[in-house]
Write a protein that binds this ligand. Structure first.
Ligand SMILES: Cc1cc2nc3c(=O)[nH]c(=O)nc-3n(C[C@H](O)[C@H](O)[C@H](O)COP(=O)(O)OP(=O)(O)OC[C@H]3O[C@@H](n4cnc5c(N)ncnc54)[C@H](O)[C@@H]3O)c2cc1C
Length: 464
């Protein structure tokens, strides 16, 4: 290991008898692609079972009766829609083994891809059932709606849940969402959990697949209870446990370059924190004005117990406020997350392509790469002044027998073709790409175009 450290200016760890600046080498566990394959099979089986539930609850006579077809479509879309909603929640529940394998951006991409389906199916469920019941009762749709609310148990609550679902769905449409502050949208988006919780009771109490089928009712309820449990454990329980266990607090702020600051934290038991270079936490700084929002920042070095470091470029409210933190500020964390790690390697050698502050992931990843990886690092920054941590990167690359290309200048001067063109033997290396969205998608596109195998490309986009 090169002698790269991030020791505090005023280090007190020695006085406390702790080893000074020893790198903690407890890596995160490796990804398990087999678990994801199994999850895909289970997903297919679950979807099949949901459709089968709707089919087996139907009879030929029921289909022929007035409103029968509409009611059947309503039940089918309701079951398939709520099943897909359950899967959508599981995708963002941060189950560690899934997260480590697909990465947060991969899971979010699937969550977004899937989202229109449960929402459209649940809307179809509401529309078709209302039409079906109205046809059966030979009445109007509006009259049937008021009958639902006044006569069916749990229906008023379910309709409230449906209203929340529709509002959140409309606000999630990209053209609407981008007008909202990220935090505002995030808070509203949590309403989806409430919507599904409110709608749950009416489904198991009134759904034809559940009425008089206690076993089906029990299995469906258990599936939803297990999903709620997974969310509670991994999104709340584990982060609270980790934060209390490590008791992180800010000990130093260090300017690293134009608009870039390193935040050095001190904590307990960091030698036992399983983390790989390239991973990130959702950080919550517990001070007025910041405690209610968690933002993702990558560790810019492996932990040096008792220290941990993140390096942040000021681009908006939160990132700018970090440069003004006071020493002593307590910090809660969720993570570590991310699949941008040395575990993802397929080849002996590697190349790391970073745009701007994307170097934080590359910098900590370099600490986990073996000597034979001879990494080529191509790093594009707007100016030399923005090249935070350049000396550390230089030392690590030289220790690994690699080469650093620091491209400081405009995008016209250093287009993405030039960034990619500086990597020799593209086909024989793992390509790690990190930084702003435009940089990552552009570079990944060029790599694919050059015929680089998909499994050799690993990326971390610094945007959600
Ligand atoms: C996995 C990951 C790792 C990251 N690592 C680092 C890092 O090591 N150092 C660093 O400086 N930055 C990192 N970022 C980016 C960092 O999270 C955002 O710059 C920061 O959250 C912006 O918040 P803000 O309030 O300062 O800016 P805002 O005013 O909210 O937004 C400014 C810009 O940042 C984008 N943005 C806002 N909030 C987020 C968010 N929570 N996540 C992603 N993008 C957002 C917006 O789309 C906008 O383009 C990382 C992002 C991700 C997803």
């Amino acid at each position: 290991m090169a002698s790269v450290t991030f020791e505090r200016a005023n280090d007190t760890s020695r006085r406390r008898g702790q080893p000074r600046q020893a790198t903690a080498k407890r890596l995160s566990r490796p990804p398990r692609p087999g678990v994801v394959d199994l999850a895909v099979v289970l997903f297919g089986l679950g979807l099949g079972a949901s459709v089968a539930l709707a089919l087996t609850a139907e009879t030929a006579a029921g289909m022929k009766a007035p409103g029968g077809v509409a009611m059947f479509i309503g039940n089918l879309t309701g079951l398939a829609g709520t099943y897909l909603a359950l899967v959508m929640i599981l995708l963002v529940s941060r189950i560690p083994v899934v997260e480590r394998t697909l990465g947060q951006d991969g899971l979010l991409a699937w969550h977004r891809r899937l989202a229109p389906w449960p929402i459209s199916l649940i809307v179809a469920h509401a529309v078709f059932l209302t039409i079906g019941y109205a046809q059966a009762a030979h009445t109007g749709v509006m009259h049937e709606l008021s009958t639902f609310i006044s006569s069916f148990p749990g229906m008023a609550i379910a309709i409230a849940g449906f209203g929340i679902l529709v509002v959140v769905a409309v606000l999630s449409i990209y053209s609407v969402r981008r007008r909202l502050r990220r935090e505002t949208w995030w808070a509203i988006h949590l309403g989806m959990y409430l919507a599904f919780a409110l709608a749950f009771a009416h489904e198991v109490v009134l759904g034809p697949s559940f009425v008089n089928h206690p076993l089906t009712q029990a299995v469906w309820s258990a599936a939803w209870a297990a999903t709620a449990g997974v969310v509670l454990v991994y999104r709340f329980g584990l982060p609270i446990y980790r934060s209390l266990h490590h008791r992180l607090r800010v000990v130093e702020l260090r300017p690293e370059g134009e608009g870039v600051t390193s935040v050095i934290l001190e904590g307990r038991h960091l030698d036992r924190l399983p983390i790989s270079g390239g991973q990130f936490f959702e950080w919550r700084f517990l001070k007025r004005g910041l405690w209610w929002q968690a933002h993702p920042y990558t560790v810019s070095a492996r932990p040096r117990p008792p220290y941990l470091r993140l390096t942040v470029k000021a681009v908006g409210d939160h990132s700018a406020a970090l440069a003004r933190l006071e020493p002593g500020t307590r910090v809660a964390v969720e993570g570590p997350y991310g699949a941008f790690t040395a575990h993802a390697r397929r080849h002996q050698r590697a190349a790391l392509l970073a745009g701007g502050i994307g170097i934080t992931a590359a910098r900590s990843l370099l600490e986990d790469l073996p000597k034979r990886s001879q990494p080529v690092v191509v790093w594009r920054v707007a100016s030399e002044a923005e090249a935070a941590l350049a000396e550390e990167v230089r030392q690590l690359v030289s220790h690994l027998g690699g080469k650093l290309h620091l491209l400081a200048g405009s995008r016209e001067e250093f287009p993405l073709e030039k960034v990619v063109g500086l990597v020799p033997d593209l086909a024989t290396r793992d390509l790690y790409v990190s930084g702003p969205e435009g940089f990552v998608s552009g570079v990944v596109g060029l790599l694919r175009h050059s015929g680089v195998a998909e499994e050799a490309i690993h990326s971390e986009v610094y945007a959600l």
